[in-house]
Design a binder for this molecule. Sequence first.
Ligand code: CA
Ligand code: CA
Length: 225
Amino acid sequence: MAINLTKGQKIDLRKSSGEQLTNFCVGVNWGAIETIKKGLFGKRKVIEDVDLDLSCIMTDANGELADWIYSPEYNGFLQQHNYPLGKLMSKDAALRHSGDDRQGDVGGDDGLDNEIISVDLSKVDSNIDKIFFFLNIYLNKGQNFDFSHIPFAKIRMYEGTPSRVNNVHSSYDIVTDGSYAGKGALIMGKLYKRNGEWKFDAIGEPTDDKMFLQTIQKILQNHAK
Ligand SMILES: [Ca+2]
Ligand SMILES: [Ca+2]
């Protein structure tokens, strides 16, 4: 049975067999906003793209930034401002991002996650102490919505691959959480090491950030030490 995570819940990463979970996916599944508009020529369906960005940062035992995964799509801007460039794989190759999804599911929930970070804890560099996952809404020009407008948005940890879900370990429903209304970013949770064993803390903290760099700053200030 998958665990339904609640905010702040700390869980062990164990399979139902009791074995440690080391290879898994952290995925986010969401839908585009579909509305029926009445026009001059009758009703028509209007689809508004929803671009969520799943990212993560890794910190060392001193709470300093050690590595990161976020979209290279922003590299022009990042380079201009001397920020570290985006990339889809961690330096130790333990974490990999499936790539940017800019629309969300159209025509209902397809049951698969739109952005996924695959994790192999056995490969994580030994100086990494915590791995934080976070989610940002990227608003295209003219767009103005928050988590409460998205038809569905769910986070889960599961065994499998980006295209196949074998066994769901735990899940969290973003859209049904009323405290995320009006918010554009979410510090989802962190993997952390305790006595040599990785565990997960479902932080579930929404923020007003307009860009992922602000979310990274908040994590480093409030959660990494
Ligand atoms: Ca995206
Ligand atoms: Ca999907």
